[in-house]
Write a protein that binds this ligand. Structure first.
Ligand code: HBI
Ligand code: FE
Length: 316
């Protein structure tokens, strides 16, 4: 996942959420090439478990509060206002949230619920949950020494990053549509295209607001390093969202992104993706892919990045 060279992805960003290695392995066996750290022994057939909220220690809750407070301070400047509004309605700042309580609020708002999982689960199971408006959230939290660096998504990434926008009616519908699209893409063998859509929107998306570019992607918003970087750094490209462009763009899972895609609104995102992907996949099968840092003449460019971060890393 995410990881980053300098601790980038704190959050497990999405990293793994969609990391390639994980995907392949999990799709077949429910395991990764690396040993996953969650406890998969008590799982139900749909890969859910009990959250075990009573088992969190004081250290776990204290770490949650530290992460929550650190990210919350960054939000007014960098996050989409919709995200902040939804987050506050979850009232989840006191400690690792009890999924049952949070689910009640979420269900009242948009009909989504939260289910606990031991960590990454196979794509098919993941899509089935989303299609049924259930969001899988990892139950364990990182260790204090992993504040800024984590290879798999934990409860902070999954909950803080992903759950708030599920309170937003349009985004909530988008996530369900993504789940349904995932089931279809699996059948058609086009999961890579769909995974890129998830990556560049749900995990690393930016949105153009009245007040400039803001973040809504969970992989960014759960990372203290990538949050300011995604908005302020000269290094990455920032390019207007276009469905097929995004689906053709490879991404990196080992550092901050080299390109972010910018939507105009959640309505735009939903409308662009609530179409039959069948013909689109067919067309994409014959077209070249784009590298993670490429800028095309057809792009709507907000920032043509210097890519100095990558150049700097390469020079070392
Ligand atoms: N499992 N728990 C969990 N969380 C994810 O974000 C996740 C997953 N399994 C598969 C997956 N993501 C991705 O491969 C797809 O979204 C493409
Ligand atoms: Fe994620």
């Amino acid at each position: 996942m995410d990881t980053g060279v300098d601790g980038t992805g704190v959050d497990g960003t999405g990293g793994n959420g969609t990391g390639d290695g994980f995907k392949q392995a999990t799709a077949s066996s429910g395991k990764t090439d690396k040993e996953l750290r969650g406890d998969y022994s008590a799982m139900r057939a749909d890969f859910t478990i009990d959250q075990g909220w009573d088992r969190y220690t004081d250290t776990d809750h204290a770490l949650w509060r530290t992460l929550y407070d650190r990210q919350s301070r960054l939000l007014p400047r960098y996050a989409a206002p919709e995200f902040m509004d939804c987050l506050s309605r979850l009232d989840a700042g006191d400690g690792v949230p009890d999924f049952r309580r949070a689910s009640e609020r979420l269900e009242a708002a948009t009909g989504w619920t939260i289910v606990a999982v031991p960590g990454l689960i196979p794509e098919g199971a993941f899509f089935d949950h989303l299609a049924a408006r259930r969001f899988p959230v990892t139950n364990w939290i990182r260790k204090p020494e992993e504040m800024d660096y984590l290879e798999e998504p934990d409860v902070f990434h999954d909950f803080f990053g992903h759950v708030p926008l599920l309170m937003h009616p349009v985004f909530a519908d988008y996530m369900q549509a993504y789940g349904k699209g995932g089931q279809r893409a699996l059948k058609l063998g086009r999961i890579e295209n769909l995974a890129r859509l998830y990556w560049y929107t749900v995990e690393f998306g930016l949105i153009a607001g009245r007040d400039g570019l803001k973040v809504f992607g969970a992989g960014i918003l759960s990372s203290a390093g990538e949050t300011p970087y995604a908005i302020e750094s000269r290094s990455p490209n920032r390019i207007g969202f276009e469905l097929e462009r995004v689906m053709r763009t490879r991404y990196r899972i080992d550092d901050y992104q080299q390109t972010y895609f910018v939507i105009d609104s959640f309505e735009q995102l939903f409308e662009a993706t609530f179409v039959d992907f069948g013909p689109i996949y067919q067309r994409l099968a014959g077209l070249p892919e784009f590298g993670p840092a490429e800028v095309l003449s057809t792009d709507r460019v907000f920032t043509h990045g210097t890519q100095e971060r990558v150049r700097g890393l390469a020079a070392e």
